[in-house]
Write a protein that binds this ligand. Sequence first.
Ligand SMILES: C[S@@+](CC[C@H](N)C(=O)[O-])C[C@H]1O[C@@H](n2cnc3c(N)ncnc32)[C@H](O)[C@@H]1O
Length: 360
Amino acid sequence: MTPDSETKCQLDRACEEAERRATEFEADFAFVDTFLKPFPYVIALVTAKKVGVLGALSVEGCRPEALALASGLSEDRVRSILRLLSEMSVVEGIGSDNLRLTQRGKRISAEWFGHPVIGAHLRMYEMILPSLPDYAMILAAEMPGSAMHWPPQDHGASVDFEGFMTPTIRFVAAWLDKVFDFSDTPNLLDVGGGDGSMAALLCGKHPSLKATVLNLEWAREAVHRTVEQHSVGSRVSFYGADFLSQPLPSGYDVILFSRMLCDWGDDVVRRLLNGASSSLLTGGAVIIVEALASPKKQWNSDPWFLFWETLVPGYAQNGFRTEACWRSLSSVTGFVIEDIHICRNPPLQGIGAIVLRRSP
Ligand SMILES: C[S@@+](CC[C@H](N)C(=O)[O-])C[C@H]1O[C@@H](n2cnc3c(N)ncnc32)[C@H](O)[C@@H]1O
């Protein structure tokens, strides 16, 4: 075959391939649009925050030239970022002299990691992205002490992880306080109690309540800081322990497991509930705060949880449990379910508070 006819054959084959794979390629475009292309939006948002574009936009009537000066980026780059931010409804007024943040843009810019709905996702991206190329190795070696190992292995990691939960904890505490009467509760144990915000908020509201926050030793400093901020010093104490290997302390009227049992399998949950049964005072209650899965969806298929399960070494998430699962776990550990409250309002929609009492 001459070179010419070889080329012609190749071109014919390419035509045939394009025809043969037309349906497949169409689906691939849809795949790219849905799953791969959104990524630049994250980069645009994080960059705009880091280089001060979002901050500068809080002054209305900004022009791209001024944003370029404020951020140190070229005007072209600023314009591209602005277009992406505009598609995200973070910025409006593109093409005019009156560039400004939308209401959403103002909320994101001001609250950032602290935003109750968006903050945790931004935080996750920032933690994962710097080591993304190394992640395969980190996961393969399951490196304890890597930035994202679960449970936290040091003070810094503990601060990072608590940061995922604290933006919403005030809403959880406020709602829990509505569905359960803490005014009659002398002593509360908050197991896996984060940075102590839940305990501090409840003690701040109920003058006769005392609370112990059980968490890994790494969280001690964060809890002390929270206690100081809320001025509830004498009534909130820290108990450093690993609940996987150490028993729960005794003498409590209420033992709370808030948004932490979904991190563990049934064996750990059974152990913790058995421990709670031994630690509770007579007549006391266990409260489990956790999103409830529907009977059809036994495990959590939310990409966010799968992301955790995949990218956080040590994290063997069990997923949210159904009401039936909780009934069975309660009954094998000597409890009965007294009440189940379900929150219907954002940002806690679907979260349940399950109140258990020891079986008679
Ligand atoms: C998902 S956070 C929940 C925090 C808080 N209860 C809330 O509702 O926001 C889980 C908490 O459990 C703590 N934790 C994880 N493993 C632990 C262990 N083995 N012993 C004690 N605490 C642990 C973490 O440090 C973290 O504070």
